[in-house]
Design a protein around this ligand. Structure first.
Ligand code: NAP
Ligand code: GDD
Length: 436
């Protein structure tokens, strides 16, 4: 029986028990759209029509994306980016004893809401049946396989699990797409990594540079890289590798070096922590902003042909440089003295004006008393059994073929992260002072 519901944004027509039609529209500002969505008990079809001020109609189908690793740094930025492009985004989320959705809470919609743009599914990269069911149910146009045990040092402690989730996990996704008969429909992005270059064979590293992985993480990702290439060649699948160099942001996990530094520097500035213990300060990384890098992931899947692309800034810096830059954002100069495990970072001076603007006057006096004191120490427990000493990428191919161009350089990235972490730590201080 036909029933009609009117809400603020949507007209819902319940045509019968199994079939619902959603009509949504937005008019004004010279840009209008009308969206039609048909949902049966089994499938959902979407149709969106855009009309510009001249009433030229450009019909487009709403695309469906599935993101594994949606609760991570990249998953969160990518989900936001795709939803803003009109996608319906499905995300794979592991069950955990806490919500663990902070990075995507701003996008979250209750399951009871109609016409949701973000839909989460419980799943795990180690569970083939679960992955196959979710891919079958969601019928994605694009899969972004971002889920992984992504910490290089932790992979030395959990090598078997890392191989399973990062390596075989990728096979599970590819095979599910193939078994479900979606090879022509579903495009796949594999989150490959500059860690594949490991003991680098060429500087800078590009798509043709030989791999030499240096950790269980990188070896697992090497399997994932090649199985993606193999499924592309064997079954004609649109499966691509993005070989992404390190990319960071205010959403970066707290134990990766950049975030550990920006959080630590903010805490030291506010008197919440006295020093930071670090590992190898001489390692060099090519750091970009995650916001720029998720745009490259999307561009890779919009190409007619699948391929492999290096995504990097082309600039490399040491961990030591990053620490100096983070402190300098709040007006603090750091001098490094000594070598190896005896190396230490000492506060040499503070620019009062910059510090007061970035952190606040009331904290200046306390930090000034610490000039000449050590704030950076080395703890060998952060050294890795095999280290990747130098990464710097050449993304000429991505720039010319995809038209990809990063907006952030390293100083802009450090500024973004420092501003965010000073704000966050001020909140922490406020709670601490309030007795919480
Ligand atoms: P991240 O913040 O650590 O996020 C990893 C995501 O994977 C999280 O959502 C995590 O879920 C999920 N995950 C881990 N194991 C899983 C499993 N067994 N089943 C289902 N989900 C699982 O990493 P990221 O920085 O966003 O990186 C995204 C991807 O790009 C990763 O594959 C990483 O290896 C790769 N990559 C990253 C960089 C970089 O510099 N960021 C560079 C190159 C490649 P929980 O939230 O539950 O832990
Ligand atoms: N984490 C961490 N903690 N790293 C430290 C520390 C420390 O206290 N001190 C020095 N480092 C050095 C590490 O030895 C490494 O050489 C470098 O800082 C970067 O470490 P991470 O930030 O942990 O990143 P990563 O380069 O090992 O791996 C990240 O980038 C890869 C792309 O190249 C991860 O995001 C991987 O998932 C990603 O594939």
């Amino acid at each position: 029986m036909l029933s009609i519901y009117l809400t603020k944004k949507v007209i819902i027509l319940d045509l019968c028990k199994d079939l619902t039609v959603f009509l949504t529209g937005q008019f004004g500002g010279g840009f209008n759209f009308f969206s039609f969505s048909l949902r049966s008990s089994k499938n959902r079809y979407n149709y969106t029509t855009f009309a510009n001020a001249n009433n030229k109609i450009r019909p487009t189908m709403t695309k469906i994306a599935l993101i594994t690793g949606i609760t991570g740094q990249d998953g969160a930025y990518l989900a936001d980016y795709l939803i803003n492009k009109g996608y319906i985004v499905h995300g794979l989320k592991r069950r955990s004893s806490l919500f663990n959705t902070e990075r995507i809470d701003h996008l979250y919609q209750d399951p009871q809401e109609s016409n949701r743009r973000l839909i989460l599914h419980y799943g795990d990269m180690t569970d083939s049946l679960n992955l196959t069911r979710i891919i079958g149910e969601t019928q994605p146009d694009e899969i972004y396989n971002l889920a992984a045990m992504s910490h290089v040092q932790v992979s030395f402690e959990t090598p078997e699990y890392t191989a399973d989730a990062n390596g075989i996990g990728t096979l599970r996704i590819l095979e599910a797409v193939r078994l479900l008969g979606l090879t022509k429909k579903t495009r796949i992005y594999q989150a490959s990594t500059s860690e594949l270059y490991g003991l680098v064979q060429e500087i800078p590293q590009k798509e043709t540079t030989p791999f030499y992985p240096r950790s269980p993480y990188a070896v697992a990702k090497m399997y994932a890289y090649w199985i993606t290439v193999n499924y592309r060649e064997a079954y004609g699948m649109h499966a691509s590798n993005g070989i992404l160099f390190n990319h960071e942001s205010p959403l970066r996990g707290e134990t990766f070096v950049t975030r550990k530094v920006t959080r630590g520097v903010a805490k030291i500035a506010l008197g919440l922590q006295s020093a930071l213990f670090m590992g190898n300060l001489s390692a060099q990384r090519d750091w970009g902003h995650a916001k720029d890098y998720v745009k490259a992931m999307h561009l890779i899947l919009q190409q007619d042909k699948p391929d492999n692309y290096v995504i990097a800034t082309g600039v490399t810096s040491t961990i030591r440089d990053f620490i100096r830059m983070a402190f300098s954002e709040i007006g603090v100069s750091i001098e490094f003295r000594g070598k190896g495990v005896d190396e230490k970072g000492v506060i040499s001076s503070i620019d009062e004006k910059i510090f007061n603007a970035a952190v606040g006057e009331k904290h200046f006096i306390d930090l000034k008393k610490r000039i000449g004191e050590q704030v950076i120490s080395i703890d060998p427990k952060y050294f890795r059994p095999t280290e990747v000493d130098l990464l710097v990428g050449d993304s000429t191919k991505a720039k010319t073929k995809l038209g990809w161009k990063p907006e952030y350089d390293l100083p802009a990235l450090v500024k973004d992260m420092m501003q965010s972490d000073v704000k966050l730590m001020k909140k922490e201080l406020y709670l601490k002072e309030g007795g919480f």
